[in-house]
Design a protein around this ligand. Structure first.
Ligand SMILES: NC(=O)c1ccc[n+]([C@@H]2O[C@H](COP(=O)([O-])OP(=O)(O)OC[C@H]3O[C@@H](n4cnc5c(N)ncnc54)[C@H](O)[C@@H]3O)[C@@H](O)[C@H]2O)c1
Ligand SMILES: N[C@H](CO)Cc1c[nH]c[nH+]1
Ligand SMILES: [Zn+2]
Length: 442
């Protein structure tokens, strides 16, 4: 098994800022090759449609079929999977779905409007997307939970057609994934993945319809493809390889923290796990737990690679400094494993999801707490939010002037338009200005 050498940093060391930046900028070094390959895949799918999707699916997912229609999963097959899974799995999926739905129903935004004294009406009309594309990852693990997290907010928003893509390496279909699609009411499912699936959803092919927005998490190829197609379609955010940052006061069982770090490292060699603590001895104890527990893990190889390449144990002066370092990282998941999380959370400004207190394992949020587990990564929590119902709704402004309102505002618009040298704007507004006691001027 890969030897472990986890990066140790101290906020007091002279080159701490540079070392931290190096740890976080790591993704940039692989970006170039990934960008090249993703651009090639996007171009091929855009110009050659189904044929290119089939070729890349054979190449990257070892799945060869004659026609892309063969990769569509029927509703009957989804129902069959739901009937086939063991009762405890079905119950857990249904329980998780109910909690996720309950949470997301509170996010729904309704249209609103108000009337001014002269009868002018202003407001906002909220409408769901016509067609959304959900990316459910499936390369190194199967993610029924991601089906629920993607599809339930789309359904709560009222999206008319929900299309899911999921890779099935070597054609192995996961019944829990299909059952989750049945529970969440996904309309169409295609077993394609990677950048080729993102391209198909963005541009449309003979078989896969183009969507209005692509949401969902995925590996670096998926995240890069989403970034590239933004503008042709909407995207939710950059939700790439998973990350966990734990701030601990040194009082939590070190085995718990080691396993919390593993929980995200096991997703991907490119996942990132970071522990920050004011107590150097405690960092030693967690490292000892990591070494003790790693051989017991089924995905030990992936975890070891992730810990070696991307993890860090960071000693800080106090919890205030821990929060400051965490804000610079802006992690996807932040665990506050401290005695008083309510006090510490005051200092937190940037994180996809914040897990409060020693008992709140990040893993609960991944499956069944209720909030969404599709979260911004790579520091994008500085400006992005968790996937939510709002990602599947859009807003149109409503503006309805009364004759009196048009007359009054016409004067303001006229002055501003003439200031901009835009005469047609000015005259358009001026036509609606009423002369004293009369109709609009000619
Ligand atoms: N941020 C979030 O909210 C969140 C949630 C769940 C999972 N995740 C992350 O999603 C990711 C899932 O990754 P995964 O790999 O298991 O599944 P995936 O579906 O994201 O990726 C698999 C696809 O990657 C493509 N691919 C693989 N190697 C390639 C190559 N060399 N060139 C071109 N394409 C290639 C293949 O087409 C394959 O279908 C993990 O990084 C996990 O941490 C993130
Ligand atoms: N931790 C992932 C988001 O980064 C979500 C997930 C799904 N299953 C297990 N974990
Ligand atoms: Zn996870």
């Amino acid at each position: 098994m890969t030897d472990l050498a986890i990066t140790r940093l101290s906020a007091a060391q002279a080159d701490f800022d540079a070392e931290l930046a190096r740890l976080l900028a790591w993704e940039d070094s692989v970006d170039h090759q990934v960008n090249e390959s993703v651009r090639h895949i996007l171009h091929q799918v855009r110009t050659r449609g189904d044929a290119a999707v089939l070729e890349f699916t054979a190449k990257f997912d070892q799945l060869s079929v004659a026609s892309l229609a063969d990769l569509e999963i029927s509703q009957a097959r989804l129902q069959q999977a739901l009937a086939a899974i063991p009762a405890d799995q079905r119950e857990a999926l249904e329980q998780a779905a109910e909690r996720v739905r309950g949470y997301h129903q509170r996010q729904r935004q309704d249209s609103w409007q108000y009337q001014e004294a002269d009868g002018t009406v202003l407001g906002q009309k909220v409408t769901p997307l016509d067609r959304a594309g959900l990316y459910v990852p499936g390369g190194k693990a199967a993610y029924p939970s991601s089906v629920l997290m993607n599809a339930i907010p789309a359904k709560v928003a009222g999206v008319a057609e929900v299309i899911m893509v999921v890779p099935t390496p070597a054609g192995v279909q996961n019944d829990m994934v299909l059952a989750a699609a049945a529970i969440a009411g996904v309309d169409r499912v295609f077993t394609v993945g990677g950048a080729q699936a993102v391209a198909a959803l963005a541009y449309g092919t003979e078989t896969i319809p183009a969507v209005d927005k692509i949401v969902g998490p995925g590996n670096i190829f998926v995240a890069t493809a989403k970034r590239e197609v933004f503008g042709t379609v909407g995207i939710d955010m950059i939700a790439g390889p998973s990350e966990i940052l734990v701030i601990c006061d040194g009082e939590t069982d070190p085995d718990w923290i080691a396993m919390d770090l593993f929980s995200q490292a096991e997703h991907d060699e490119q996942a990132q796990s970071i522990l920050i603590c004011p107590n150097g001895d405690y960092l030693d104890r967690v490292e000892a737990s990591i070494r003790k527990l790693l051989p017991t893990m089924e995905r030990a190889e992936i975890i070891a690679r992730s810990l070696n390449d991307r993890a860090a144990l960071i000693e800080v002066a106090d919890l205030a400094q821990a929060a400051e370092v965490s804000n610079r990282i802006a992690p996807e998941h932040l665990e506050l494993s401290v005695a008083d999380p309510e006090a510490l959370v005051e200092a937190i400004r940037h994180a996809g999801a914040i897990f409060m207190g020693r008992y709140t394992a990040e893993a609960l949020g991944d499956y069944c707490a209720g909030p969404n587990h599709v979260l911004p990564t790579s520091g994008t929590a500085r400006f992005s939010s968790p996937l939510g119902v709002y990602d599947f709704q859009k807003r149109s402004s409503l503006i309805g002037f009364s004759a009196a309102g048009a007359s009054e505002m016409g004067k303001v618009a006229s002055v501003l338009a003439r200031g901009e040298g835009l005469t047609a704007h000015a005259r358009s507004a001026e036509y609606r200005i009423q002369s004293e006691g009369g109709q609009g001027d000619e």
